[in-house]
Design a protein around this ligand. Structure first.
Ligand SMILES: [Zn+2]
Length: 452
């Protein structure tokens, strides 16, 4: 089918449903409250605790009673439900995502200065679109550790900016593109030395500590411009960290819905263990204590199985009966770079969740996984009374695609995994964009995946 035929079939106009608008507004608030992975993981814990989940301390005794639970390990969070009826459990149903986004991390010796400007020494984190960070007001956020080893969440507010060189001194920039030397030309300005600008004072104030009490930090740059719904019909959303807080948020909202549905009550029909996991460090390869290649998820699944009284044999049965929905940003087709996309697989914004497929297994999706997503999309459509379309993404053969947590969890745990996500543009920019309807649909898909 050609693009024009497809368009004629789906109709030329669709308004943004009120539910999608409300979901997008909640997403905006979640992103604004989550300037770093530590904040995002804390948001997940706080919201689910408010919805009735019990907060688990990993260092303590693992709970076994039926109910909903949530825990945080640094910048990652995991939530799960132990159903009342446990003998007939078929496995875990996991929705995975990640809390981190590319940017600049504050170095251990952060004080820098040049010709009267106070600056902050930063290190590039992940595959950031460096140019997108210029000429915007930046804050630093994350955690600060004090002398006692105690963690303090902190955000500085707008204190920094990476100013571009005037075109008069860089005449070829429009033809040659903005080239930034990663070491010499990305150092943000934080003020003027004559005004006593000092990054230690800024960090101390953000953590509400005396400067002598701060010892170390994990602080990353964030865009300070508020997210904005735009487009002639409010059908588009511009927002920082959509990759991948959009997916973290959609699974969080779906998990909250499970709790609101009373799925921890004795008459629950759950025959699987719903698990929500938001990993950290996806943008730098996931091989950490809180990343998808580390032990976080297997630690949690094993401890749940042990608490349910499962032996090794029964645990392996549960693993084989498990499925993982790995949710991460998908590449929407770009109107100005259509040639960069595979002609038959061009995800559109607000045309539904995208199933990501790659022959070389950069995505974990199998044919069976695709069928499962289509099945739950149908069931969710029937439940909400509105069609949730599903799209497929395959990268063009001359464009090696990125990867995500899906293949890593599939390889580590041997659990069938499907890679999905909402279509977006400007991926890894300081400010990305997506459709206003897709996040809500993704949440409904996650919810259906857990209950059906
Ligand atoms: Zn991502």
């Amino acid at each position: 089918m050609t693009d024009t035929q497809q368009k004629a079939q789906r109709g030329d106009f669709r308004s943004v449903p009120a539910t999608a608008k409300a979901h997008a507004q909640d997403l905006i608030e979640f992103v604004q409250a989550s300037p770093s992975s530590f904040h995002a993981a804390t948001q997940v814990v706080e919201r689910l605790a408010k919805a009735g989940a019990m907060v688990v301390d990993e260092a303590g005794q693992w709970p076994s009673a039926p109910g909903a639970y949530v825990m945080r390990r640094d910048g990652a969070a995991v939530a799960w439900i132990v159903p009342e009826k446990r003998d007939s459990l078929e496995g875990f149903r996991i929705v995975g995502s990640h809390t981190d986004s590319p940017g600049f991390r504050v170095k251990p010796y952060p004080a820098a200065a040049s010709v009267g400007y106070a600056q902050v020494a930063v290190e590039v984190y992940g595959g950031a679109l460096l140019g997108s960070w210029t000429d915007r007001e930046i804050e630093f956020a994350g955690r600060v550790i004090d002398r006692e080893g105690k963690e303090h969440l902190a955000r500085t507010g707008p204190v920094a900016r990476i100013p571009q060189l005037a075109i008069h001194m860089n005449r070829g920039v429009n033809e040659e593109g903005l080239k930034l030397h990663r070491q010499n030309e990305t150092t943000p300005v934080i003020g003027l030395e004559t005004f006593g600008a000092d990054i230690f004072d800024t960090i101390a104030a953000a953590a509400d500590l005396d400067r002598d009490d701060i010892v170390a930090w994990d602080l990353i740059s964030c865009d300070t411009q508020p997210p904005r719904i735009f487009g002639t019909h409010g059908e588009l959303l511009a927002c920082a960290r959509l990759d991948n807080l959009l997916s973290v948020h959609s699974s969080l909202v779906a998990f909250e819905a499970l709790l609101a549905d009373g799925l921890t009550s004795p008459d629950t029909t759950l025959h699987t263990v719903p698990v929500m996991v938001a990993f950290d460090h996806e943008e730098v390869g996931s091989a950490t204590t809180t990343g998808a290649a580390g032990p976080l998820l297997s630690d949690v699944l094993t401890r749940i199985a042990v608490s349910l009284g499962c032996d090794l044999e029964r645990t392996q049965q549960l693993y084989r009966g498990s499925v993982c929905l790995s949710a991460d940003g998908a590449h929407g087709v770009h109107p100005n770079y259509v040639g960069e996309h595979e002609p038959g697989h061009r995800p559109q914004l607000n045309e539904g969740p995208v199933i990501k497929i790659n022959a070389n297994q950069r995505y974990a999706t199998t044919a069976a996984g695709q069928a499962e997503v289509i099945r739950i999309a149908r069931a969710a459509s029937a439940r909400i009374g509105q069609d949730i379309p599903v799209q497929s993404f395959v990268s063009a053969n001359h464009k090696p695609c990125g990867s995500t947590i899906g293949p890593i969890t599939a390889t580590r745990l041997g659990i069938d995994t499907v890679d999905i996500g909402a279509a977006m543009l400007s991926m890894h920019s300081a400010r990305e964009m997506c459709g206003t309807v897709d996040p809500w649909w993704l949440a409904e898909l996650s919810r259906e995946f857990w209950v059906s």
